[in-house]
Design a protein around this ligand. Structure first.
Ligand code: E4P
Length: 217
């Protein structure tokens, strides 16, 4: 399973990328706005830090304008994946991007039926928003499982990118549901390393080791 970082903060990305565990990055207009920096500059910098896919989202809502924006974004670096919303216009654009060999990530997916359309349009990634579905009273991970079943039934190559991840439990559940990737906010990514029993166990081992008076080196 690939783990992406859901951020446009270059400093935060650099720190986590140093672990070697960040396979790619996703951004969205909200995350870009938080940086206060020009989007193309931020995307170029991120693409210089990670070799894997970097999603950059179009802002237009009409397919021709999405195509123009997406072509410009794809020109920033070879690992840019153009992110388009799961709308009628978005999927028209995705179909054309596929014909042009431009990689796409279809975002704001909230149902398995929407994901079926995205796969038929030729999307490389589909992003079901798990946390926002949970907030809405649904069980977001069920949509991930449904998409997995549909894509397997028909051998679609579109990768399932579990998005709107809120906690480590979501990451594990996405892996169990068969998601190909998950995009994770930095604070949740950091928490994946941690468990109170790991901390407690390590403290015991360190204090017992100190009592031996030994040194390994
Ligand atoms: C996905 O690509 C989005 O950037 C992201 O996962 C949205 O998550 P949120 O619901 O925490 O904003």
């Amino acid at each position: 399973m690939q783990l992406f970082l859901d951020t446009a903060d270059v400093a935060v990305l650099k720190a986590l990328a140093a672990t070697g565990l960040v396979d790619g990055v996703t951004t969205n207009p909200t995350l870009i706005a938080k940086t206060g920096r020009p989007m193309l500059e931020v995307i170029a910098e991120i693409c210089g830090i990670v070799e894997g896919p970097v999603s950059a989202e179009v802002a237009a809502t009409e397919s021709e304008a999405m195509l123009a924006e997406g072509r410009k974004l794809a020109g920033v670096a070879t690992n840019v994946v153009v992110k388009a919303p799961l709308t009628r216009e978005g999927l028209i654009a995705v179909r054309q991007f596929a014909a042009e060999g431009i990689q796409t990530n279809v975002t704001l997916c909230f149902s398995a039926a929407q994901a079926l359309l995205a796969a038929k349009a030729g999307a490389n990634y589909i992003s079901p928003f798990v946390g926002r579905l949970d907030d809405h009273g649904a069980v977001g991970m069920e949509v991930v499982s449904e998409i997995r079943a549909i894509y397997d039934n028909y051998d679609f190559d579109t990768e399932i990118l579990a998005a709107s991840i809120r906690n480590p439990g979501h990451v594990a559940a996405a892996a169990i549901a068969g998601a190909d990737c998950a995009t994770i906010p930095p604070e949740v990514f950091e928490s994946l390393f941690k468990h109170p029993l790991t901390e407690k166990g390590l403290q015991t081992f360190l204090s017992d080791w100190a009592k031996t008076g030994q040194s390994i080196l």
